[in-house]
Write a protein that binds this ligand. Sequence first.
Ligand code: ATP
Ligand code: MG
Length: 327
Amino acid sequence: MRVFSGMQPSGTPTLGNYLGALRHFVEIQDEAECFYCVVDLHAVTVPQEPAALHRQTRQLSALYLAAGIDPRRSVLFLQSHVPAHSQLGWLMECLVHYGELGRMTQFKEKSEGKEGVSAGLFTYPALMAADILLYQATHVPVGEDQKQHLELTRDLAERFNKRYGDTFVIPEPLIPKVGSRIMSLDDPTKKMSKSSANPGSYISLLDSPDEIRKKIRRAVTDSEAEVRFDPQRKPAVSNLLTIYSSCTDKTIPELEKQYSGVGYGPFKQDLAEAVVARLEPLQERYRELVDSEELDRILAEGATKAKAVAEPNLHLVFERMGFLLPR
Ligand code: ATP
Ligand code: MG
């Protein structure tokens, strides 16, 4: 079993990123050979202020480690440190169809109503396919929103194999049953996103306890006062229940029982404390790591290990396609 996954340094990671992806990255280290990437090339598909990109890249790298990614067991690296990603990305752009990219809902959502949408935002799924296929990953842990990109990755791998002979492993998505789509705190019809313009819509992994309490207090609910899990009719409260359950070891039915007849006030207060308690140890480790030389050393070692796997695979692809290899 080989795992690849990535996160973009496009903001500070949110509780959605943690519950839908990062914590599963940590768990699966026991079973698989894992490659975890800070996909910085993906982050610039939308404008990034250079100082912010720089900071967010360190932040995300440190958060991977603080959450429990163990650099002795897993390979942690930056996408831009391994040029094979861009190289295979181009080949994937030449394999994917324009129409397929046009059907991607992430592109539609992120480009809607925007001016000056980059071509990179459109071709993003081709680079993502390259990221995964370069490592011959068998499994890709992701949140629900990435399912469509994963399906395209599988199609591209199959297309390549059919055209040029068996080359790529067809990767399987690993999408958690609970927490795979944490919704925004201000609008339960939208997923929580770290690049959102409204910080009130998400809980960042680096929010202070007071910020967390304030954001949860202000989170939208509904006009009833009943803590009940019903994603159709009570999407906001159901989202808060999912977060609560994921941050503790209480099941959703247990929580419904605990807060029956109590109303939203005490429920939100306890939820905030559960989130604070869950994030505190992670934030402590983060502070030790973020400006350390150890972080740079881990990323340099990670890039070396990643290249050792990615480069031979890239050469195989070039060869299969008929390129002359340099001698
Ligand atoms: P951006 O808004 O810049 O796209 P993002 O919050 O969507 O940021 P990504 O870096 O695109 O974060 O995704 C990293 C991982 O987190 C992916 O596996 C993605 O599926 C997962 N993820 C993102 N948002 C959520 C969410 N709201 N709930 C659960 N998982 C999520
Ligand atoms: Mg995203």
